[in-house]
Write a protein that binds this ligand. Sequence first.
Ligand code: MN
Ligand code: MN
Ligand code: ZN
Length: 296
Amino acid sequence: MLFGNADLNYVWANLSQMQIGCHVSISGGIDKSVDNAIERECSAFQIFTRNPRGWHAKELAKQDITNFQEKLKNSKIDKFATCAHMPYLPNLSTPKEDGFEKSVNTLISEVERCAELGIPYLVTHLGSHLGTGEEQGIKRLVKGLTKAGQTKNDVMILLENTAGQKNSVGADFEQLAEIYNQLKPSKKFGICFDTCHAFVSGYDLRTEKGVDDTFSKFNDTVGIENLKILHLNDAKGELGCNLDRHYHIGLGNIGKKGLGAVVKTANKKKIPIILETPIDSTRDDFENIRIAKGLA
Ligand code: MN
Ligand code: MN
Ligand code: ZN
């Protein structure tokens, strides 16, 4: 069938609708995250499914799951623009046996919680080898991820590029690809690209050319088709400093021009954008989202 005017309008409306939002709180109930997202005019959002600072997770109550799903369905937010982030304590590259087991179990549990909630993506950090070397760290990491990838559901685990702190793995795209390529089944795994982490691990995102070069390197290694979520954060630190400190959009060392080019690239590929910017006296997330939208 040929495109009529109405169809074309529909296509354009869809193209211009960027998916963008931020990490939102679940305090007061997991369904409150949807309210928080709507209040901030998000068309994408990220949550922790539970307290990120502990090992323990209380089981999700049936009513909370229903409320979350109902609110999401009644909102304009596409479910494929939502994701969850792993809690902070797990370390999938650790040489400590009990720590590794606990970490893998947490990953599996988070995958299952996402499945219950209908959240398609779970973002995970790649961990620290704690001085035992990258090769050993990656071996454990791949083992842990593979185990979690065997769960029977549609949740995709997204590997987040790291800031390149001491003993971390997965900061450079070659290594991220090396890890990703070992994971089976591949449909259970994807990538989350964090602009702050990429910048402080040495990828210059300050100019349009820098962004083009970085994304073409990313495409040559990891493959842009595997990129499912983009974390849009400015950086407090300098290029290549390995400091994981996020900053307000346009006010950090990446700046407006570079982040604008990233936003345009993500929009072209229809990749949901999530801000993980600080909330302080300089700015709140309402304002960071407004400014990020303006960059498109
Ligand atoms: Mn992260
Ligand atoms: Mn991130
Ligand atoms: Zn970070």
